[in-house]
Ligand binder design. Sequence first.
Ligand code: SF4
Length: 494
Amino acid sequence: MEVSKELNINKKTSVFRIIRNNYVNYRYWRKNWFCMNMMALTAPKTIFKGMFKYTWLYDLLKSNIMVDLYTNKRSGPNYDKVHMHLSFTIKSFSDMYKNALKNPDKVVIIQNMVPPQILHAMGLTSVVPEVAAVVLPKIDQFAGVRYLDAAESKGLPGDTCGLPRLTAGIALKKEVPIGSCIISSNLPCDGGLASYEVIQESIGNIPIYRLNVPYDFRNDESIDTYVEDLKGMIEFLEKNTDGKMNWDKLREVCRNYNKMVEIELERWELAKAEVPPVSNDALWFPHYFAFNVAVANKRLVKHHSKLLKMDKKAYKKGKICFEGMRYRTVMWNPPPSVYGHIWNWLERCWGVGSVMDLETYGVMEYVDTSTPDTMLKGLGRAYMWATMSKHTRGPAENMIGDLLRAVEEYKPDFVIYPAHMGCKNSMSLEALMKEECKKRKVPFCVFRYDLVDSRVTTRQQMREQINKFMIDVMKAEPLDSSLLTIDDTGEGHW
Ligand code: SF4
């Protein structure tokens, strides 16, 4: 009797959940379409013309399919947060491209590790070419192939990291929006640095300023050198654009940035909880977006506050981030762009939640807003410690030390290391990381992949490596064995 009652309640709960999730899905689906349509309607001529020139704009129109892949059948607080964040990102990218196509004279092409806050304070708009390279494979695993092939056919080596190669391919096909000049840097690695040679040449040899971050960037002298470099960049922008530095405006942006830091640190603390209310892409994606490519404006602060509010609400109620979470992990390398929704599979197939990851973990400091120099120092430090570069550059201690600190603080059942074959920096440290984890009795799951090209390692090949680890090392049973093998490899499987 008791059992049948319980079954009835579970059935009602799951029916209620399906109806609720479908409603949430519909609401965001409508919102995303509305924002993509608004991009076209507010600048119909520009967008129409742009679609002939920038063919990746068509791929962006498939964004709702990407949202489905990320959210399909997921549960708990992560489900709502991932929906909310994807929607926010779609709107932000639509606005970025709309502004860039409408006001090309205000556009500066910047690499994704250049502080956009400074450009914003100068009244300039930025376009980050890497955004398309990161987002396209997430939307459709084959959307980046034409650019990768274009880069290789021009002689760029195929065994280097696909991210800068794909970005260079977009430039070679003349599909980077027009800008008045370029700001690049030597981050995150030599591949990123080298790609801007090709990008500058492909988009008409417009003036370029190259920021030069010292190799060993985690010491005080390095930041002073970088501040001088940032001053040189401001001078260059004042000479090559009609932008003028407005320090009060920069102060306002830095204050917003500080609010973001405060929110982010609270989110990190909540992820440490025994019953974590947040994990996986509900933690990784908002950080990646906010602290790499976005300007810290009021809208971004509001969005991040909402995410934190949702985390806190779930925490107070003792609600775990997704139903069936059985393992906490730390993901220590970039998740595959070409399998952007791997989080969905990890949750539903194995009950795995990443409570901290390499691209999120690192320095989170407040910017001192008292003088122009202190602001540049604060922003400089934040961007020298940008995603990937903060671990894949400099001495090995940067990668290993932070991993061990993350293990200590977040107490994972195992570490998952996505071994990106194009990233020689991190690959060279694989054995050492494994060894250090072994000493601490923390299993180390390695799966090999290529960041942006699923022709190198298919999604199923990635899953098989993780399946093997979960079965052989963790002695786990899948939550849903129908997800061990998924047919999503060939053409037609976005
Ligand atoms: S994954 Fe590695 S090689 Fe690729 S851009 Fe990042 S740091 Fe560079």
